[in-house]
Design a binder for this molecule. Structure first.
Ligand code: IPM
Ligand code: MN
Length: 351
């Protein structure tokens, strides 16, 4: 069976790192005698500035009908000051494809990469599930008396019982399936007494269905502290959209920086989207300096999601090998360029 992947490199270094992820997918599938067909889509700032189009008419339908998964690089370009295209493309896909699970593993591949003292591989190995379709991301709100001294601005935090329940349930199901024994839910129910009280009630109700799994609550500020102080205590973390965004940058730092962090935007059983956690870093676009490992690991997550478990494992092993051999970009202490890191990983995958 041929995997059909829609590839959206996007903006800035998204283009550079996606090229390496594509190379890695080709290498790992060639080595396995399997086939992946990758179809590029030029959605991003250039297309938007040229044509005014963000997501072309019928674009999402086409993705749903013709592809098994989407691989995205990064979105964001200083020529589009409000990054309208990024919102419509990335957040648009999260919302319209109902990709309610933002799957963000926090996994240290080499002790050398962790900025914390005395922390080993077993201490940084957990998964954050970030709610991905509601919360503070729904862009409900408005301005009153805009641009006056009396201006009022609001942003509405939308939390639905269904939305909260499905992400919490997903976290418990993942824990159960993968033999994890603890799920932490992080909120600010001490302050957000309506919205996050809902998270509290739903968490307790869902947890009651999973007898063998310990359900632990932390306030989100305390989660940030604990992730630094004793990251080894975490196995599975579930939280809302905004807190998930923030703590997964912290998680990326534990893994060696934004260049190392991978993610999936998933609706189980439906077309899903995979992207590295880092942004488009326009300053470094085309300079052959961006770290492609986050994008390559993301391609691995995509394969894992699509059931190519052996190939997914081989990608992670090849990246770990490259880190150990110091075949890396400068952000994690190496001397190689983006392409050379990609080449080294591909050689390993083919060898
Ligand atoms: C992420 C990014 C996005 C987010 C931005 C680019 C809208 O930071 O995927 O973590 O906030 O979700
Ligand atoms: Mn983010």
């Amino acid at each position: 069976m041929t995997l059909r992947i829609a590839v959206i490199p996007g903006d800035g270094i998204g283009v550079d790192v996606t090229a390496e992820a594509v190379k890695a997918l080709t290498a790992v599938s060639d080595a396995a005698g399997k086939s992946v067909r990758m179809t590029p889509f030029e959605w991003g700032a250039d297309l938007y500035l040229r044509t005014g189009v963000t997501v072309p008419e019928g674009g999402l339908k086409r993705l749903q009908q013709e592809f098994d998964a989407i691989l995205l690089g990064a979105m964001g370009d200083p020529r589009v000051p409000d990054n309208r295209h990024a919102g419509e493309i990335l957040l648009g896909m999260r919302f319209k494809l109902d990709l309610y699970v933002n799957y963000r593993p926090v996994k240290l591949l080499s002790e050398r990469l962790c900025p914390l003292k005395g922390v080993g591989l077993a201490d940084v190995d957990f998964t954050v599930f970030r709610e991905n379709t509601e919360g503070l991301y729904v862009m409900m709100g408005g301005n009153f008396k805009k641009d006056t001294p009396d201006e009022v601005a609001t942003e509405v935090d939308v939390n639905t019982r269904k939305g909260v329940e499905r992400i919490i349930r997903h976290a418990f199901e993942f824990a159960k399936r993968t033999g994890r024994t603890k799920v932490v839910m992080a909120d600010k129910s001490n302050v957000l007494v309506h919205a996050h009280d809902l998270w509290q009630r739903v968490f307790k109700a869902v947890a009651a269905e999973y007898a063998g799994i310990e359900a632990i609550h932390l306030y989100a500020d305390n989660l940030a502290l604990q992730m630094i102080r004793r990251p080894g205590q975490f196995q599975v973390v579930v939280t809302c959209n905004m807190f998930g965004d923030i703590v997964t940058d912290l998680g990326a730092a534990l893994q060696g920086g934004l260049g190392m962090a991978a993610s999936g935007n998933i609706h189980p059983g439906r077309l899903s989207l995979f992207e590295p956690i880092h942004g488009s870093a326009p300053k470094y676009a085309g300079t052959n300096t961006a770290n492609p490992m986050g994008a390559i690991l993301t391609a691995g997550l995509m394969l894992e999601h699509l059931g190519w478990l052996e190939e997914a494992r081989r990608i992670e092993d090849a990246v770990r090998w490259a880190v150990e051999q110091a075949k890396t970009t400068a952000d994690i202490g190496g001397k190689l360029g983006t392409r050379e890191v990609g080449d080294a990983i591909c050689e390993r995958l083919r060898g």
